[in-house]
Ligand binder design. Structure first.
Ligand code: MG
Length: 207
């Protein structure tokens, strides 16, 4: 199982971190040991002083494939979840400044928080999925998947040129504006809006 992540996919988030608009999707990975499921608490790592949340929609790959063509890309995922791509922003900034890979800032244990998956049939509009992240009861991120540079199909086409997609792989599809720091004691709650006003929830307490 791979955890594939897309960076810099929402324009307002690119601007808030003062990054350039990418020509192709920015791809990185987290190892399976990064996964944190079941609303378990997240333990603030001692190697960072600037841990950020990034609320994201996560796809679950349901079919093996490489070099997926655009017209078939929609067949490669059938479930979504709410995820948090925890990022050690201070370490990432150091890596970026030196032109080095980000792995230690992005792929550490527990950095890929994930809700249960729900069928894409449960969302009102697969091309405009609404999701929010709240910190201590306050909305800090409000996203809509229609606002991306690279939609789910474009991501699948691009990623599968380099990495064989395998059933069970997960794809974090990028975060909207509003990322920010968390402290020990904070409670994060994310959700995706479902048909009929239901919500697919994630809860994560930082300890
Ligand atoms: Mg992210």
């Amino acid at each position: 199982m791979k955890i594939i992540c897309i960076g810099r996919n929402y324009v307002e988030h690119i601007h808030e971190l003062q990054n350039a608009i990418p020509e192709d999707p920015v791809v990185f990975m987290k190892p399976p040991s990064a996964l944190l499921v079941g609303d378990k608490p997240f333990y603030y790592p001692d190697f960072t002083q600037d841990l950020h949340y990034e609320g994201e929609i996560v796809l679950k790959v349901c079919k093996n494939g490489r070099h997926v063509q655009p017209e078939f890309a929609h067949e490669y995922y059938n479930e979504i979840a709410f995820g948090i791509d925890f990022t050690a922003r201070d370490i990432q900034a150091k890596c970026k400044a030196k032109g080095l890979p980000w792995e230690i800032a992005k792929g550490f244990d527990g950095s890929a928080v994930l809700s249960d998956f729900v069928s894409i049939d449960q969302v009102p509009d697969i091309k405009a999925i609404e999701f929010e992240l709240h910190k201590n009861g306050q909305a800090v991120q409000k996203g809509n998947s229609s606002m991306v540079l690279f939609n789910f199909e474009a991501i699948i086409v691009y990623v599968s040129k380099f990495f064989k997609l395998q059933m069970g792989d997960m794809i974090y599809t990028g975060t909207p504006a509003g990322v920010g720091p968390v402290q020990i004691g904070d409670k994060l709650e994310g959700f995706i809006t479902l048909k009929g006003g239901g919500k697919q929830f994630l809860t994560c307490e930082v300890k």
